[in-house]
Design a protein around this ligand. Structure first.
Ligand code: KDG
Ligand code: MG
Length: 405
């Protein structure tokens, strides 16, 4: 029986950080949720959805998920990019949510069913000094995590993105009308990183998977040197070593190191990574459901990757809302080459605004058995926390030049 979309509403809320949520309602009263959060550009994607997409959805059959995806992607003329793809992603996840609810099944059952019992996850540990970092990693191990991303301060720099001097937890975006400015010194980082990560490996032994994120700041040659220096540390992966636009850059890195490479959290379509995958220049692709056109497109990316023994490992910071995070866990449950899901965690209030069936236990995630994606949206609670501008910092080199992120 055919249903019809009768409403598409966009909500901006800031329960500790900003989220853009799409709610699609059908004539039969089925409600689906999607996440369209683009960190620091939330208003742009909200307008894209409200002004250009929502009016096109009303009257459509919610079950025509692929056709709606193609309509929004090809029909816009202007394709790709984070805003467009996040907007399409929100629609896509909301429609999968509706379809799975109508089927009375958790989403992963519609994606082919479970290929595993639970989805491996990693979280973050960061601290300025090495001794504090070891404590932070231990605290994560005590929470059951089997894989931890370790980030640390750099001697000589006053701040480093993602690493706080006084608190273990960090929030990537800071409130305010403009981004904070930090300093960056790649040479100092390269001198310090191998020893810092070796100290973590010595401390934890070889049971724990260790990851590290270079946040796109190295040249290919610097990245190759770092990868080589880190081989004895036996990283699960080294992430975002070079700026992501240039896929060729990874070839040089690859030629010089066997350290596994992960990339892709800022990518939006398969076209951003097809050379990386087909030429096996990376080991993991990190595209998120929200930023890459939803479940439909990410499935295609992972299918391409599967043919080349590259694995999926989606971005999962606190700026990916629990809605698309939940959708990602469903994908993880049903996708054979899905390796691991990043789980940075959320403030208590975020869990309240987005009550969810997915859960964390003992180093793994499970999407839960609720029909649909299994993530709700408490509109009334959300309305108490209106949008509040917040930005990631930018960084300049010691001579003042703006650096890659
Ligand atoms: O919005 C971008 C941040 O979430 C990002 O910097 C976090 O690099 C990140 C990661 O791997 O989670
Ligand atoms: Mg990252």
């Amino acid at each position: 029986m055919t249903d019809t979309i009768v409403g598409a509403e966009v909500f901006l809320t800031s329960p500790g950080r900003n989220y853009v949520t799409l709610r699609i309602t059908t004539a039969d009263g089925v409600v689906g949720h999607g996440d369209a959060t683009v960190n620091g550009r939330e208003l742009a994607v909200a307008s894209y959805l409200r002004d250009h997409v929502a009016p096109l959805l009303v009257g459509r059959d919610p079950a025509r998920i692929e056709d709606t995806w193609q309509y929004l992607y090809r029909g816009a003329y202007w394709r790709r990019g984070p805003i467009t793809m996040a907007a399409i992603g929100a629609v896509d996840v909301a429609l999968w949510d509706i379809l799975a609810k109508r089927a009375g099944q958790p989403l992963y059952q519609l994606l082919g069913g479970a290929v595993r019992d639970r989805v491996l996850t990693y979280t973050h540990a960061s601290a300025w000094d090495t001794s504090a970092l070891l404590d932070a990693v231990d605290a994560r191990r005590e929470q059951g995590f089997r894989a931890v991303r370790a980030q640390f301060g750099v001697p000589g720099l006053p701040t480093v993105y993602g690493v706080h001097k006084d608190v273990a937890a960090y929030e990537p975006a800071a409130r305010g009308a403009a981004p904070a400015e930090e300093r960056w010194d790649t040479s100092a980082y390269l001198r310090h990183a191998p020893a810092a990560l070796a100290a973590v490996r010595d401390h934890v032994g070889h049971e724990l998977e260790l990851l590290h994120d270079a946040h796109h700041r190295l040249t290919p040659q610097q990245a190759a040197r770092l990868g080589k220096a880190l081989e004895p540390v036996d990283l699960y992966w080294l992430e975002d070593v070079t700026p992501a636009e240039n896929q060729e850059a990874l070839r040089l890195v690859r030629q010089h190191t066997t350290t596994p490479l992960a990339i892709g959290e800022v990518f939006n379509t398969v076209f951003d990574l097809h050379h990386l995958v087909t030429e096996q220049l990376v080991d993991f692709v990190r595209v998120a459901v929200v930023h890459a056109g939803g479940v439909s497109h990410l499935r295609k990316i992972f299918a391409l990757a599967e043919a080349f023994q590259v694995r999926g490992a989606p971005h999962g910071p606190s700026d990916v809302s629990p809605v698309s995070f939940g959708a990602s866990v469903h994908l993880g449950m049903s996708t054979h080459n899905f390796a691991i899901q990043e789980y940075m965690g959320y403030a208590d209030l975020v869990h309240e605004v987005f009550p969810h069936a997915w859960s964390y236990a003992d180093g793994y995630l499970h999407p839960g058995q609720e029909p649909g994606v299994g993530v709700g949206f408490d509109e009334r609670l959300a309305a108490r926390y209106p949008y509040d501008p917040a930005y990631l910092p930018v960084a300049r080199r010691l001579d003042g030049t703006l650096t890659d992120w």
